[in-house]
Design a protein around this ligand. Structure first.
Ligand code: NDP
Length: 310
């Protein structure tokens, strides 16, 4: 029986592992095959403490090493079951079961993709899901942003400071973003234009980087090509919380509901990072909630001991 089991392998997970390891709780971290968001990014310039920026994969690897240095144990595996059993939790990976007194869920959220040719090939080389992270790399360049929600508006505003021209490609003739966000974007006509009723059907490239996209008007079926250096996907995220459905409270978009103390509705189960955060989704906020969850788990273990229930 472990004091703490942490599920996931992103920055919230490594931070929770670091804190619980330093508290001598010997955490077990179980992380699946999908890479976390930072490992998919290049230079991270907004994580405090690195004035020259740091490569996303380096930040992640350093954080993991730091947690291991204090005794965190890591295993690879996709968690496929989760059971609540009186005073313990049982986490399954295929036919193996791991028991914990507390659980910290850090399974993240995966950016939704279009599933079109070229999208995976050029991911991280022109295709991005995070303008806040990558906008500065597109100084003086032309880009497309896909989507019509608040994220698409936010991505476009982030890119506005750097890019030469931004084309928002949306599959409908109205945005679903909040009015205030739409208004902010639509008045920036010097750089931003919108292609309504349009889908992107293929990402084009020179073998190394994105050089353009193919588009299709949904109403007229007219196809065209747009020369761009970047394509930003803002078509929503899918929180990786499916296995907790019915056991832990999720919001209407499938995110785990947490309180200010990173607690879920089940005592002893905490959640941190993007799986419980549809708003900020930043490396630093993920690390912050990982820290909170770890401190809460530590307090719970102390309480169990004090009550003689350990
Ligand atoms: P949304 O679900 O609101 O919007 C997703 C957009 O992507 C929609 O316009 C949708 O189009 C489009 N889309 C979805 N799938 C596809 C597809 N396969 N091909 C093309 N287009 C597609 O997601 P967001 O990430 O924008 O927002 C999520 C939540 O987070 C919202 O509640 C939002 O308000 C909130 N948020 C708040 C922010 C803020 O307050 N600053 C910033 C960012 C997000 P369609 O309408 O046709 O389905």
């Amino acid at each position: 029986m472990r004091d703490v089991i942490i599920i996931g392998g992103g920055i919230s997970s490594h931070t929770a592992a670091l804190y619980t390891a330093r508290a001598s709780l010997k955490p077990l971290v179980i992380s699946g095959p999908e890479l976390d968001q930072l490992s998919l990014t290049t230079s991270v310039e907004n994580f405090p403490g690195f004035p020259d920026g740091i490569q996303g994969p380096d930040l992640i690897n350093n954080a993991k090493k730091q947690a291991q240095k204090f005794g965190a144990e890591y295993i690879e595996g996709l968690v496929d079951s989760f059971e609540v059993n009186e005073n313990k939790f049982i986490v399954g990976v295929k036919d193996k079961k791991y028991e914990g007194r507390t659980i910290i869920i850090c399974t993240g959220a995966s950016a939704r993709k279009l599933g079109i040719p070229g999208e995976d090939k050029y991911f991280g080389r022109g295709v991005s899901t995070c303008a806040v992270c990558d906008a500065a790399l597109y100084g003086g360049k032309d880009v497309v942003v896909i989507g019509g929600g608040d994220s698409a508006m936010e991505e476009s505003l982030a890119l506005y400071k750097f890019a030469k021209k931004i084309t928002i490609v949306h599959r409908k003739d109205t945005f679903n973003a909040s009015k205030i966000m739409q208004d902010r974007v639509l008045k920036l006509t010097d750089k931003i234009n919108v292609m309504w009723d349009t889908s992107v059907t293929e990402v084009l490239g020179d073998g190394k980087f994105v050089t353009g996209v193919k588009t299709k008007n949904i109403k007229t079926n007219e196809e065209s090509e747009l020369k761009v250096d970047g394509m930003f996907l803002a078509i929503g995220h899918i929180p990786n919380a499916k296995i907790f459905e019915g056991k832990i409270d999720l919001d209407e978009h499938g995110y785990i509901i947490t309180d200010k103390l990173s607690r879920t509705n089940i005592e002893g189960v905490y959640a941190a990072g993007d799986v419980q955060d549809p708003i900020f989704s930043q490396a630093v906020t993920s690390a912050g909630t990982g820290c909170q969850a770890a401190i809460q788990a530590e307090r719970r273990i102390e309480n169990l001991k004090a009550k003689g229930e350990y």
